[in-house]
Ligand binder design. Structure first.
Ligand code: SF4
Length: 412
């Protein structure tokens, strides 16, 4: 059931969603310029996961649904989805300001948002480095930090994030002494353009770096930050294979975008990431994505049940995070009370925060590496294949709100 229009809290949320959409667009234009005119490394990361999403971002700078119209149509479910997406995307920009302030408070020489124009072979490729930390003198060092704001810190990094940081350090190393580095201030006003990296650093920070980068200790790191935690993934070092993958992906994105723009290829014919993928949850191009083509059902009862189930699942997520937060507070209280072995008692409950041994997990990467020291690669593959089992198939129900779409024809 759609929520009734006219609820003042809905009007406020619709207004917030509208402001976030406008803010996001203006910030992107100020700091990254017209993104349809080049391929960025975030496009490359996205393109490694889903080519269609990366190409759609180039060719179809589609206006996102206007929250004011959605509010008039009573589609609070779509406004909620828009808010979720915008808050997820823009939280990263808000973190950037805070992380920059924290790093500057340490007095670390730092450059934010360095741009590298790495165009070649007819492909306009640009890298934007969130933060570059520097040390000059006799032991020069450069640390490229890519900031990722996440709801929860993952145990391992997504391949698209790794590709992005490999692209950044690879291009920095490759272009080091070429006049392709630029810097804008926070308002997007160009400060320096077309300088070599050592020249840019000298002019901005007064630090001397070697004219060739072979003597420089260069590392890339991904700094993953959530509302309550942070973790650093790295170090990454320039890797010719990964850089070549980035360039190849950039070329594919650019050439496919050109073909789609010129009408020689349909966006629906561009490869998508198969199956259930985290990228689809916040993809602005999901509405008419071929992944979700299916027969249209005109069934108000099913619509109502789906809306209610979707609402219950959202409430379940909120409840789960409230439970986790409450548990963490009580755990912290138990820790501070300093006694792990005995129960604490209140008038109504008893509580104990015991330490349980961690689960023993077989790490497939370490196993492969250990076996490789004793066995040849084919035997290692055979041993791992023989010891790998596949669980039984299971069902996963996915529900996403969509705007009613015009009936469409499938691509040939
Ligand atoms: S919805 Fe998923 S498959 Fe479709 S374009 Fe977006 S990310 Fe790719």
């Amino acid at each position: 059931m759609q929520p009734a229009q006219g609820d003042p809290s809905h009007a406020l949320l619709a207004q917030l969603a509208r402001g976030l959409v406008r803010c996001g667009r203006s910030r992107t234009e100020r700091t990254l310029g017209d993104r349809s005119t080049y391929v960025g490394l975030s496009d490359v990361g996205q393109g490694i996961d889903c080519l269609r999403a990366a190409v759609a971002r180039k060719v179809a700078d589609r206006p996102l649904a206007d929250p004011a119209s959605l509010y008039r149509e009573g589609r609070m479910d779509l406004i909620d989805a828009l808010l979720r997406r915008e808050l997820t995307l823009q939280r990263g920009h808000w973190f950037e300001d805070g992380i920059e302030a924290a790093l500057c408070a340490n007095g670390t020489p730092l450059l934010p948002q360095v741009e590298i124009d790495a165009s070649s072979d007819g492909v306009p490729l640009k890298a934007h480095l969130d933060f570059v930390l520097l040390r000059g003198g006799s032991r020069p060092a450069v640390r490229v930090l890519e900031l990722k704001s996440l709801k929860r810190i993952p145990a391992a990094l997504y391949p698209s994030y790794e590709a992005q940081v490999y692209g950044q350090i690879g291009l920095l190393a490759e272009a080091w002494s070429r006049p392709v580095f630029s810097l804008r201030d926070r308002g997007g006003v160009p400060q320096f353009a077309n300088l070599s990296f050592p020249d840019l650093v000298r002019r901005c920070l007064g630090l001397d770096l070697p004219e060739t980068m072979t003597l420089v200790d260069l590392q890339g790191w991904v700094l993953a930050v959530s509302m309550t935690e942070a973790d650093a993934f790295g170090p990454y070092h320039p890797d010719p294979t990964m850089l070549s993958l980035c360039r190849k992906t950039a070329k594919t994105i650019w050439e496919t975008a050109r073909a789609v723009r010129s009408g020689t290829m349909s966006l629906d014919a561009v490869a998508i990431c198969p199956g259930f993928h985290i990228l689809c949850d916040t993809c602005p191009f999901a509405l008419d994505c071929p992944k979700f083509y299916g027969p249209m059902l005109a069934d108000p009862a099913l619509d109502r049940d789906l809306a209610e189930l979707s609402g219950l699942k959202n409430k379940g997520q909120v409840l789960a995070s409230e439970i986790a937060e409450r548990e963490e507070r009580i755990r912290q209280f138990c820790r501070l009370s300093g006694n792990r072995a005995t129960w604490l008692k209140t008038g109504l409950y008893r509580v104990r925060n015991a330490r349980i041994p961690g689960r023993r997990i077989l790490d497939p990467v370490r196993l492969r590496s250990s076996l490789s020291t004793h066995l040849d690669p084919a035997t290692v593959d055979a041993v791992i294949a023989a010891a790998t089992t596949t669980g039984a198939d299971y069902e996963r129900l996915s529900i996403s709100p969509i705007k009613p779409a015009e009936p469409r024809t499938l691509p040939a």
